[in-house]
Design a protein around this ligand. Structure first.
Ligand code: NAP
Length: 282
């Protein structure tokens, strides 16, 4: 039987549509988080997942205008590819070179990047101090790029490690345009020097993935973060070594909260969004 919940029954001619463009989008947690926020605030908005193949991205972005969508989030593989199709880029998105949020105001499409800011907020709310900290990011893809932009400006030193060293060097030189504080390391044989270590690779998503680093090298007092939403084997082993651990759920929450604010102009109900997310992962 078709399960039409109360919100589905309440869609009207004035309902405003937001959503997510990605490929794949089947596993996204964002619709539950954003729709809980709209509902809590009494806003006549809905958030839908749209499966957009890479070759359809231009048409999909044009459809934001054609269908008068209020805005969308972008996820893999569209965050960099969408740039040429937008009318404007926020300064931070331009510096990062990727967008995860698009607004549509009067048919003008503006790109923002709330991923990096979301990650920083997820650390700040846990009381993790970046100033004075030496930080290592493992991975040099899109997520590393967006969090690296903020970390290179706040941390005492930012180091990058990637299995493809050239890619890490390219990212380090990109980030160094904004801050001279970024270095590439070529192995993970000693991790003593780092106060905060972040896994920005997908290692840990699949059950038999190898660990991104050897946990024996970790020591109490270090903060180990994983951008993956759940407690990965890395986080479990790091906690057993006495480290503080932070998963990627806070980043997902805060990047979504900032996007909500961009679309609606309203303070996001962060605790409602957090509860909605936790209901999906617990
Ligand atoms: P991406 O652009 O595809 O980059 C992936 C990075 O991981 C690359 O540097 C890649 O290295 C490295 N990598 C991939 N597979 C690897 C392996 N088997 N061994 C070692 N390194 C490997 O992906 P992304 O968008 O940056 O996402 C990275 C992770 O962050 C994903 O798990 C994603 O789910 C998560 N994420 C979380 C949030 C959140 O809100 N919490 C937001 C964005 C992303 P090469 O350069 O050598 O290929």
């Amino acid at each position: 039987m078709l399960n039409a919940g109360p919100d589905a029954m309440n869609i009207s001619g004035t309902t405003r549509i937001t959503g997510l463009f990605g490929y794949p989008v089947e596993h996204t947690l964002s619709p539950v988080m954003q729709n809980a926020a709209f509902s809590h605030c009494g806003l006549d908005y809905r958030y839908l997942p749209f499966s957009v193949r890479p070759e359809s991205l231009r048409n999909a972005v044009e459809a934001i205008r054609a269908l008068s969508l209020s805005g969308v989030n972008l996820t893999v593989p569209h965050k960099e590819a969408a740039l040429p199709f937008l009318d404007r880029l926020d300064g931070e998105a331009s510096a990062i070179g990727a967008v995860n949020t698009i607004t549509n105001h009067d048919n003008v499409l503006t790109g923002y990047n709330t991923d990096g800011k979301g990650f920083i907020m997820s650390l700040t709310e846990q009381g993790v101090l970046l100033e004075g900290s030496k930080v290592l990011i493992i991975g040099a893809g899109g997520a590393s790029r967006s969090i690296g932009y903020y970390l290179s400006r706040t941390a005492k030193g930012l180091h990058l490690y990637n299995r493809n060293r050239e890619k890490a060097e390219g990212l380090a030189s990109h980030l160094s345009q904004h801050s001279g504080n970024v270095e590439v390391i070529t192995n993970l044989t000693t991790l003593d020097a780092f106060d905060i270590i972040i896994n920005a690779t997908p290692l840990g998503l699949k059950r038999h993935d190898p660990l991104p680093l050897d946990p024996v090298l970790l020591h109490p007092g270090q903060v180990i973060c994983d951008l993956i939403y759940h407690k990965t084997p890395l986080l479990i082993k790091a906690a057993a070594r006495g480290c503080r651990t932070i998963d990627g759920l806070g980043m997902l929450l805060w990047q979504g909260a900032y996007a909500f604010e961009l679309w609606t102009g309203i303070n996001p109900p962060v605790e409602v969004m957090r509860t909605a997310l936790l209901s999906l992962v617990k």
